[in-house]
Design a protein around this ligand. Structure first.
Ligand code: SF4
Ligand code: SF4
Length: 390
């Protein structure tokens, strides 16, 4: 491109975001009594912190820096999009990680601001009243709400293993009913995205991923738990674009799950140099060497943990000396082997041959999952058999 030429692609994107925000502004507010500025101020954040958050969120979605004010405007209208959050078979760890922080980040405070119309962990209603609330929210916000589902879903003849509430409805049916009128559907966490620990062999309750149960497109936001920024970023993407993001073959947003843990790891230099921790607590561990030989599954796992980190951006597992367990991959309980041992013979999932990272929203649901198993021989497997560097 000629340097003097104007980049009209971003101009039109900017204009479409402005249009989208204006449209959302016209929708009735669901929370008249507060603003995002007030919510974050109550928790000690300044306007400057808010703009820093907007700037980071803009970069996270790979948008140019001049989109930052738009990001700040977009979050202000987030309260126009009601959210229905269902719990299926799970440990509630995703909710806990997002909402129960002693020192909440701006990302988790966004969930104080948006309109969570139904969320069993934090709502006061129980029993019949809770069921009524769910039915009421679905009816009232038909076609407008975002459905977020946490947990695997016992399905088919085994659906009774998840029987909820006074009417004794099965989780499978509740998910189907709630998905019917949803504007967008996010599977939050690995259980909802891929079945999770409930679906680990022998899968006694026939637990399934949300995408196997409902017949609408599902955006998977896996992780055990998923990083809060991956949840909020997916929400912000939908707010700004009004469409589903570009997805990889496992229906994960590419902006968050495009690269391997191994690609983004701060210990990667040690891996390439053949410098490995041989045993926890040895000299290599003290020097921050690569954790591959003590079981790190980073070479096979797509996620952005090293960039987004956990606990308000404090740290992430590899930073504190423990390998990645592969939690954002399908069937990781069954396929990632023993926690503290390397997978010497496993191949990388790969983007080669157009199979790894090219699915777009219109290809959601197409049975591509098995296709990604082809791969190149794992660099890690070769490195693992090298003698440790003295
Ligand atoms: S194997 Fe694990 S610790 Fe080593 S470089 Fe890769 S991701 Fe990092
Ligand atoms: S480092 Fe690996 S196991 Fe840990 S949260 Fe990230 S993807 Fe999951």
């Amino acid at each position: 491109m000629n340097f003097k030429e104007k980049d009209t692609t971003y101009d039109s994107l900017y204009a479409s975001f402005e249009e989208r925000i204006k449209k959302l502004q016209k929708l009735p507010r669901l929370k008249e009594d507060t603003s995002i500025e007030e919510v974050i101020k109550e928790h000690g954040f300044s306007r400057r912190d808010f703009m820093k958050w907007a700037s980071a969120a803009t970069a996270m979605l790979a948008l140019p820096a001049n989109f930052t004010p738009l990001m700040a405007e977009a979050i202000k209208v987030a309260d126009r999009l009601p959210i229905i959050w269902l719990h299926m078979a799970e440990c509630t760890g995703c909710t806990e990680a997002l909402l129960r922080s002693a020192n909440p980040s701006i990302d988790s405070l966004i969930f104080d601001y948006i309109s969570l119309e139904y969320q069993e962990t934090i709502m006061t209603a129980v029993g019949w009243q809770a069921e009524q609330n769910l039915e009421h929210a679905i009816e009232k916000y038909k076609g407008r709400y975002i459905l977020m589902v946490e947990g695997g879903i016992p399905a088919g003849d085994s659906s009774h293993y998840l029987t909820i509430g006074g009417h004794g409805k099965h989780g499978e049916q509740i998910s189907i009913d709630a998905s019917e009128h949803a504007a967008a559907i996010f599977a939050i966490g690995t259980c909802s995205s891929f079945g999770g620990v409930q679906a680990a062999a022998p899968n006694p309750t026939n637990a399934q991923a949300l995408s196997k149960v409902v017949d609408k497109p599902v955006i998977n936001v896996p992780g055990c738990p998923p990083g809060e920024k991956n949840i909020v970023g997916t929400l912000m993407h939908y707010l700004l674009y009004g469409t589903l993001p570009a997805l990889d073959v496992f229906n994960r947003p590419k902006w968050a799950y495009r690269l391997r843990i191994h690609d983004l790891c701060e210990r990667r230099g040690h891996f390439d140099a053949g410098e490995f921790v041989e045993h926890f607590g040895d000299e290599g561990a003290k020097d921050g060497y690569c954790l591959y030989k003590v079981g790190c599954k980073g070479p096979y796992t797509f996620n952005n943990c090293s960039k987004q980190k956990f606990n308000q951006g404090t740290s992430w597992p590899i930073q504190v000396g423990f390998g990645c367990m592969g939690c954002s991959e399908p069937d990781f309980w069954d396929t990632m082997g023993t926690v503290n041992e390397p997978l010497r013979d496993r191949l990388y999932h790969t983007a080669f041959g157009g199979l790894g990272a090219d699915a777009t929203a219109d290809r959601i649901g197409i049975g591509l999952l098995t296709a990604t198993a082809v791969g190149i021989a794992a660099h890690a497997a070769i490195a693992a058999v090298k003698p440790p560097k003295k």
